[in-house]
Design a protein around this ligand. Structure first.
Ligand code: BDR
Ligand code: CA
Length: 325
């Protein structure tokens, strides 16, 4: 079987951790590298978290540290005052400052910066690499600005970010796009083949406490850790942003990885013109999808999924992580 080459771009984070494990546990994928970025926490923390996971799993995947700040959103007074995010008053404790895994000892990030790893790897490729960014899009947009030719080399970008009817960080915006909306706009406007997995999909493709129980019984390193992450996230989400079924919780980033493995895990996928609000008003960082063709002259630039198959998603995760380490 020919493996699909992928590069993950993460701000690890509990759901990023499950996304990384799912990708590493998928025989269909060849993970060329994992790039880290400022997002859920500072890039130092998200890199350490990624290295913790690498060491916990005994994986030899390469980790590349990326951008420590969004492109421009933190320059304007008061617009993004907490960047880089070193510690949030994360009373819901969905991520914590560090993953609850032993600190990394041996695992180190590569010397090359994530942005140059992206450029070098894409330019040397046969146009057969899929990017899976599941954090703010700073690294990808920066790479596109430094070497626009990479856009011709990217097979597809499958992004976790944005929301149509669902939001989470402001009344208008989803977290990844909100952290670096200019980067999101650059990527959306890049002309690449783009599939967006927004909150509308991740809030339907959820996992439950009973999935966690099953995973614990599977008794692999990855499944035991996933069970603990599902429980931790559910206890935070039930207070912060309860799902329709309170026993369930989104594992946003893992759904993007599953969509690369099998796009039918997504439902209601539409081609549409998408744009970003970068105007620093009340809807700053909001993703806009023109489903009703109000802009007569603008062509679809992305595909976006408005729902997901929860059963399929959960079984994909269990099948892979229940057989991994
Ligand atoms: C996204 O924000 C982050 O907190 C998660 O890791 C996910 O990538 C969801 O809005
Ligand atoms: Ca993330």
């Amino acid at each position: 079987m020919r493996k699909q080459k992928v590069i993950l771009d993460v701000d690890t984070g509990t759901d990023d951790a499950i996304a990384i494990m799912t990708a590493l546990a998928s025989p269909e994928l060849d993970v060329l590298g994992v790039c880290t970025v400022n997002g859920n926490r500072s890039v130092d923390n998200t890199t350490e978290n990624t290295l913790r996971l690498k060491e916990y799993l005994g994986s030899d995947v390469r980790v590349y540290k990326g951008c420590s700040l969004p492109m421009v959103s933190s320059l304007t007074d008061g617009r993004r005052p907490n960047m880089p995010i070193t510690s949030l008053t994360d009373s819901n404790n969905i991520h914590g400052d560090y993953l609850e895994l032993p600190p990394s000892k041996e695992a180190k990030a590569e010397d090359e910066h994530a942005v140059f790893f992206l450029i070098d790897t894409l330019m040397a490729s046969d146009g057969d690499i899929i990017l899976i960014p599941v954090g703010p899009l700073t690294n990808i947009a920066m790479a596109m600005r430094i070497e626009p030719e990479i856009c011709k080399k990217i097979k597809r970008i499958v992004i976790m970010g944005g929301g149509y009817k669902e939001v989470n960080i402001t009344p208008a915006a989803e977290f990844n796009f909100w952290v670096d909306p200019e980067a999101a706009k650059i990527v959306i406007d890049s002309g690449c083949d783009i599939l967006i997995v927004p909150l509308d999909a991740t809030h339907t493709g959820v996992m439950s406490l009973s999935d966690a129980d099953e995973m614990e019984k599977m008794n692999t390193k990855a499944s035991i850790y996933t069970a603990s992450v599902i429980r931790k996230r559910q206890s935070g989400y039930k207070v912060w942003q309860p799902m329709a079924d309170i026993d369930t919780v989104p594992i946003h980033d893992a759904l993007a990885v599953c969509a690369v493995l099998d796009e039918t895990v997504l439902e209601d996928v539409r081609e549409v013109y998408a744009d970003m609000d970068i105007t620093n008003g009340v809807t700053d960082g909001m993703s806009v999808f023109d489903f009703d063709h109000r802009y007569k002259d603008r062509k679809a630039n992305v595909k976006v999924a408005l729902s997901a198959n929860r059963k399929k998603f959960a079984s994909m995760i269990k099948e892979r992580l229940g057989n991994f380490y």
